[in-house]
Design a protein around this ligand. Structure first.
Ligand code: GLU
Length: 315
């Protein structure tokens, strides 16, 4: 069976699975259609296959984290970034009140503390240009201009008491500097970038295609930094389910509390699933099921060896 056929079948199989609930983190997330369900595949050749409401927009939330980490790596190099944020999974909730490692760093850039510090590393002339830089960077991965959903941004900025608490603690421990409010605001903006499964899958296809966008042929990230980003996604991308995910699915993937999962099949495709009903860890219930079945069916687990001939039969 081909991948395009498989996602159609999986969409049909799970369409009526209404397990889980939408995020209640802030009003804009709790008001989305809980039953929306879309799957998109963007291949490294630039072909896109969509099933369900693939044009329905949603905020990228935590799936922004690997991309802002990529930008920080591109701007400063990993030796500098490594001094500020580590690369160890925490096994804890993504928004747990901070625990720093023995070098006074957040554990990794996928938990909120590490992501807020990473946003603070983004360099530009002033705050407005930082926002612009970040948006352009995300857009280059998508191969199309992306924008910020202002309603989502306002909703998060006015209700993110825990992220404020985390930031004050980061300031207290001198991990962040006195102008941390701007860094936190940039973080809220990056989480509010509006995507749909079609554009998100293409962002993934760029990661799957050695960092080159399949549509524009623009290199978005160096080979070395791409490896760093994919390693972090692989070990820390699925919240405190990342170990089990690596064991079962065996592919880098990043989850967001808006209900999206971005799965990367290196050398083959980016796959985006949107289904806002979440499990208790914050992962999309249907998203997990779809990824598990795809990995199993096509032997995508990175430790399942596939010959080039076998791969050519998948698309
Ligand atoms: N903006 C959300 C937060 O900071 C993102 C969380 C997520 O998607 O994991 O809490």
């Amino acid at each position: 069976m081909r991948l395009s056929e498989a996602i159609k079948n999986l969409h049909g199989k799970y369409k009526n699975d209404l397990t889980g609930d939408v995020s209640k983190s802030f009003p804009a997330l709790s008001q989305v259609d809980p039953d929306a369900f879309a799957i998109s595949i963007a291949t490294v050749e630039g072909d896109v296959i969509n099933v369900g409401q693939a044009d329905q927009s949603f905020s990228i939330q935590s799936i922004s984290k690997p991309f802002s980490y990529g930008l920080a790596l591109e701007q400063h190099g990993h030796l500098f970034v490594e001094k500020k944020v580590g690369m160890e999974p925490t096994g804890e909730d993504f928004d747990s009140i901070i625990k720093l490692d023995d070098q006074n760093r957040p554990f990794n850039p996928m938990v909120n503390s590490g992501a807020i510090v990473t946003s603070g590393l983004i360099d530009a002339k002033n705050y407005a240009t930082k926002k612009e830089e970040l948006l352009q960077y995300f857009s280059a991965f998508a191969g199309q201009p992306l924008g910020i959903d202002d309603e989502v941004y306002q909703s998060e900025a006015n209700n993110a008491h825990k992220n404020f608490a985390i930031s004050y603690l980061l300031r207290h421990f001198k991990v962040m500097t006195s102008d941390f409010r701007e860094d936190l605001d940039l973080y809220f903006n990056q989480c509010s970038v509006s995507v749909n499964t079609d554009s998100l899958a293409m962002m993934g296809a760029t990661l799957a295609n050695k960092g080159i966008n399949p549509l524009t042929q623009k290199r978005c990230i160096s080979h070395e930094n791409l490896r760093h980003v994919l390693s972090i996604i692989f070990t820390c991308g699925m919240y405190n389910y990342s170990g089990e995910w690596a064991f079962d699915v065996g592919l880098p993937a990043k989850s967001g509390i808006s209900g999206a999962i971005l799965l990367i099949v290196p050398g083959l495709a980016g796959i985006a699933i949107y289904s806002p009903r979440l499990d208790k860890r914050g992962n999309s219930v249907r998203g997990i099921k779809v990824c598990e079945e795809l990995s199993e069916q096509f032997k995508f687990h990175i430790f399942d060896y596939q010959t080039p001939k076998e791969i050519s039969k998948i698309l």
